[in-house]
Design a protein around this ligand. Structure first.
Ligand code: ADP
Ligand code: ZN
Length: 213
């Protein structure tokens, strides 16, 4: 499957992507994970992205398109891909459309995961992420067995720099201003599936139904 996952920070894009990946081996591509990896590695890309990310602002479109142009042409994407956190602006969506045309790839559709702001705020402040493997936990609903230690890889599990209340509130504002218009963009292209999510399993099911129809 070749899908775009849209939704506010904390809507569950990453969780849904991981579940879909298990179904058919499609590659999960999270621009957030790629950027966090670059920051940790101290690469040029990381140095350019770091301050934007820490404040909860978007990284400039040209940096993101540079990453994605390469990433989408890696061999694992031939089976399918799940775009998690990209595109995030109308210019990125336009550039993606051109890129896919150029490399001769057809998208299935874009999925809007619709979750209320209250649920999102609660999720983000209680979310914890493994610095090693990216596994996601929640101090209330899905804690690690040992506090601060990843069940899967043993690395440190921390609150992300951009998950302070201030940065979260900025990320939600940025989402509403810059990313929410993509819902209209993909709807105009007749490529939108909206799911009001009660659980990630329900979202996965709605996606499978649409793919089968
Ligand atoms: P979330 O969806 O939980 O907000 P991500 O992990 O997708 O978080 O992204 C974290 C940060 O990385 C964003 O706040 C932004 O600074 C940067 N980022 C990720 N993807 C993009 C993108 N497509 N365009 C611009 N910035 C991005
Ligand atoms: Zn881990």
């Amino acid at each position: 499957m070749k899908l775009i996952l849209l939704g506010a920070p904390g809507a569950g894009k990453g969780t849904v992507a991981k579940q879909l990946m298990k179904l058919d081996g499609s590659a999960q591509i999270s621009t957030g994970d790629i950027l966090r990896g670059a920051v940790q590695a101290g690469s040029d890309l990381g140095k350019q992205a770091e301050a934007f990310m820490k404040a909860g602002d978007l990284v400039p479109d040209d940096l993101i398109m540079g990453i994605m142009e390469q990433r989408l042409q890696e061999p694992d994407c031939a089976n399918g891909f799940l775009l998690d956190g990209f595109p995030r602006t109308i210019p990125q969506a336009e550039a993606l459309k051109d890129l896919l045309k150029r490399i001769n790839v057809d998208l299935d559709f874009a999925v809007e995961i619709d979750v209320s702001r209250d649920v999102i705020l609660d999720r983000l402040t209680t979310r914890r992420t493994c610095v090693g493997c990216g596994a996601i936990y929640n101090v209330k609903s899905m804690p690690t067995k040992v506090e601060g230690v990843c069940d899967k890889c043993g690395d440190k599990v921390v609150q992300r720099d951009d998950e302070t209340e201030e940065a979260i509130s900025n990320r939600l504002d940025v989402y509403n201003e810059k990313t929410a218009p993509l819902v209209g963009f993909y709807s105009n292209e007749n490529m939108l599936l909206t799911v009001s999510a009660t659980s990630s399993e329900a979202v996965v099911e709605a996606i499978q139904d649409r793919l089968a129809s």
